[in-house]
Write a protein that binds this ligand. Structure first.
Ligand code: GLN
Length: 275
């Protein structure tokens, strides 16, 4: 069988078939075209059978390939972390836009580290802390930071209660950012597509979808500098609720931003300790 023949016979969508063939055989995109008539080595064919079967059972491409591109860089991912979404690039841009020179950032629930690592690389002047409750996630985030050459301080723990949290963190951060679990318990999306394979604790709060956002909004002021910003990603239908939560917790200049699809995607607010 040739490479072309394998592609034609694959039961996967064309793009996915090509991605698996490149991954398994180590071919570039150009090679797939120019060497299409070459025979497919048997070892590659055998591996492709396995990868294709995994995909046909619904496993996300990112887990099969071992990574996903985010903000133009390759991030390693695995079942311990959420797959970075293109919408989350807006969160990165919002962080960068609200960070003063030599600013301090804390990314809570960092997962693969996509947000923290990208901010650290885009803003070499920033001091970035990234935390997660999952040791497995933190290991992947650490690896991504190392591979990509980002300087990030990692902390293990639930939201603000981490092994690095100290009294010096009081009113220390210019920006606190999170893409927390915000899908409501029982939401049909949790049992569809990629989400079936992603860590449920990274997707849902097993409640109304807003409990983590409430906790972050309540505790963030303790760690924010005067005039510091809290930036939260959330679901397309949560803009109004998140603005209310931020306002109720004393944040000012509260606003929601849309993603490229025109859907509410993140809400931010500024905190002043003195009136
Ligand atoms: N944006 C993700 C989704 O809709 C959810 C991410 C999250 O809960 N933080 O699939």
């Amino acid at each position: 069988m040739t490479l072309d023949q394998w592609l034609r016979h694959s039961q996967l969508p064309r793009l996915e078939a090509r991605m698996l063939l490149q991954h398994a055989g180590g071919y570039s995109r150009v090679q797939l075209v120019t060497q299409g008539a070459d025979p497919l080595p048997e070892a590659v064919a055998a591996q492709l059978d396995i990868l294709q079967a995994r995909r046909l059972k619904g496993e996300p491409m990112a887990y099969i390939l071992g990574g996903r591109e985010f903000y133009g860089r390759w991030f390693e991912v695995g079942p311990d972390v959420l797959i970075p979404r293109p919408e989350t690039e807006h969160l990165v841009e919002a962080v960068i836009g609200h960070l003063p020179a030599n600013g301090q950032v804390w990314d809570l629930g960092t997962g693969s580290g996509a947000v923290a690592v990208t901010v650290a690389l885009e803003r070499k002047d920033a001091a970035v802390r990234a935390s997660d409750i999952s040791g497995g996630a933190l290991a992947i985030a650490r690896k991504n930071a190392e591979t990509l050459g980002a300087r990030v301080e990692f902390a293990l723990g639930s939201w603000f209660e981490t092994d690095k949290t100290s009294s010096e963190d009081k009113h220390r951060f210019d920006v606190i950012v999170s893409n927390p679990p915000y899908i409501e318990a029982g939401d049909e999306h949790l049992s569809q597509g990629d989400l079936r394979f992603e860590p449920q604790t990274a997707l849902t709060d097993f409640a109304d979808g807003l409990s983590c956002i409430r906790e972050l909004a309540q505790r963030a002021p303790e760690f924010l500098k005067e005039g510091g910003w809290l930036l939260l990603e959330h679901g397309y239908n949560q803009g109004t609720a998140v603005r209310q939560i931020l306002t109720a917790n004393g944040f000012a200049e509260v606003s929601t931003q849309q993603d490229l699809a025109g859907l509410d995607r993140l809400t931010l607010g500024m905190f002043r300790h003195v009136e």
